[in-house]
Design a protein around this ligand. Sequence first.
Ligand SMILES: NC(=O)c1ccc[n+]([C@@H]2O[C@H](COP(=O)([O-])OP(=O)(O)OC[C@H]3O[C@@H](n4cnc5c(N)ncnc54)[C@H](OP(=O)(O)O)[C@@H]3O)[C@@H](O)[C@H]2O)c1
Length: 283
Amino acid sequence: MRIALLGAHGQLGTALSDSLSADVVPFTSADVDVADAARVAAALDECGADLVINASAYNFVDKAEDEPDRAYAVNALGPRNLAAWCSRRAAPLLHVSSDYVFGLDAARQTPYLETDLPGPLGAYAVSKLAGEAFVRSLCSRHYVVRTCGLYGEARSPGKGNFVKTMLRLGNERGAVSVVDDQSCTPTSAVDLARAIARLIETDQYGLYHATNSGATTWCKLAVEVFRLAKLNVEVRPITTAEYPTKARRPAYSVVDSSKLAFVIGEPLPEWQDALAEYVGRIS
Ligand SMILES: NC(=O)c1ccc[n+]([C@@H]2O[C@H](COP(=O)([O-])OP(=O)(O)OC[C@H]3O[C@@H](n4cnc5c(N)ncnc54)[C@H](OP(=O)(O)O)[C@@H]3O)[C@@H](O)[C@H]2O)c1
């Protein structure tokens, strides 16, 4: 089987390149702009893909507020272009989306199921939700996989993530202030890639939530990063109101990944175990 992998040099794309056993044809943004329908069709025709994985995305949550059209082009029209090609070829498409499709329900305190109604809060989130809608409506053989707080190694230079930022700050300062009122589940790109590699073998198409197990806040995640890295850093919990950002973020975006666990046979590891593996690997 030949798999076309878009976003091949991002965090997830890099992990997927290592996890997939099939013949993978990698595409970076320099090879194909997913927003360009003609280029997408030509590249996929040439590649002769049996299955397409979309790990490409415009991931700048705050910047998207200033350039919503660009976010929409990459995160909505990109997957639309891939879905249209897959539909014509009856090829399956695995598309990756985000926990940020949720957040409008400010009172939410229990993990979101795939059957819960989304409610995005900003331009990035709206663009991701629109991408899902295109994939789900245009391509019947789809897997749409919503994940959260990804961290991993990217082949593309300059890709950061929350864990790396904390390690850098922890080496520069004795104290950091981190928001403690946003609950989610940070997820290892390696664990997600392994789950995706198994999911695409099932032919169980549909919408999936896919994060590491458990839940935490960014502040508690930072505490755990410093503990694992043996850095003596004071972590001061602050509220979202004390750390204003251009885009609004969900106060609670924990998702329930038990549907995926049932289909692939096991849940993703606990977030603390996944983090320990990552910090150990990059330290
Ligand atoms: N990162 C997170 O915390 C997070 C949270 C929830 C969901 N997700 C979702 O998970 C998926 C993977 O995220 P990630 O963290 O691996 O992302 P990433 O590291 O930012 O990688 C995204 C890749 O997309 C490529 N790309 C950007 N614009 C493109 C375009 N117009 N055409 C083709 N490729 C383009 C980039 O290529 P170049 O490197 O060549 O520029 C980049 O390598 C995305 O769907 C993302 O929305 C991520």
